[in-house]
Design a protein around this ligand. Structure first.
Ligand SMILES: Cc1cc2nc3c(=O)[nH]c(=O)nc-3n(C[C@H](O)[C@H](O)[C@H](O)COP(=O)(O)O)c2cc1C
Length: 192
């Protein structure tokens, strides 16, 4: 098989499109983040890679708290807008008509319209080169009641967005189910 060498690239799939929130100078602001990942299980932690120049990062440093909000496909316009505009210049909450609420931490702004909201306390900030890797301890999770099935978050009701970079920059909904997890691999055990 021929492989084309492309140099170091951040090619990991899929990337979620998330809205990260922080109070900046006591006002809520949100930015779109695709570079994110689960960082720890016990306690639950999440990481977000934020370019050093972002207005939102200023708020994260001010309060040492932030939120991660999972938008659904019907919020694609707002999600993109928050990645195109700067909180230093526009009031994104007003433009997007976000209903902002606060939870346990008191100063990590959460978006009511997003089916999932994570309240995070900063555990580490690793200043890399272009980006700061912010690792947050998830202190509380809010899930919209209508996105639950038998009391559990249901991805088919949440309808998260993936951000795709190539061949064209766009957003994509989840694809079809192809196999059962922690199960399909059992078939290969016959080859052991
Ligand atoms: C789909 C998408 C994904 C993005 N992912 C990131 C990201 O992971 N990290 C980052 O620093 N900026 C990311 N951005 C860019 C910021 O969201 C953008 O610069 C935004 O204007 C920053 O807002 P702020 O200045 O109000 O903080 C992304 C933008 C889009 C549209």
């Amino acid at each position: 098989m021929n492989k084309i060498i492309m140099g170091p690239q951040t090619l990991i799939y899929p990337m979620p499109a998330l809205l990260v929130g922080a109070n900046v100078n006591n006002k809520p602001n949100f930015m779109t983040v695709a570079w994110s990942g689960i960082a720890n299980g016990e306690p639950p932690m999440i990481s977000v890679a934020i370019r050093r120049t972002r207005y939102t990062l200023r708020g994260i440093r001010q309060n040492l708290t932030f939120s991660v909000n999972v938008p659904s496909t019907d919020m694609v316009r707002e999600t993109d807008y928050c990645g195109l505009t700067h909180g230093s210049e526009v009031n994104k909450v007003e433009v997007c008509q976000f209903k902002v609420f606060y939870g346990e931490l008191g100063n990590a702004p959460l978006i009511e319209q997003c089916p999932i909201n994570l309240e995070c306390k900063v555990a580490h900030i690793l200043d890399l080169d272009s980006h700061s890797l912010v690792v947050g301890r998830i202190e509380e999770t809010h899930v919209s009641e209508d996105c639950l099935t038998h009391g559990k978050p249901d991805v088919n009701k949440i309808k998260p967005l993936s951000y795709i970079r190539a061949p064209a920059e766009r957003y994509q909904a989840l694809g079809k189910v192809i196999a059962k997890a922690f199960s399909i691999g059992e078939e290969l055990k016959a080859r052991q």
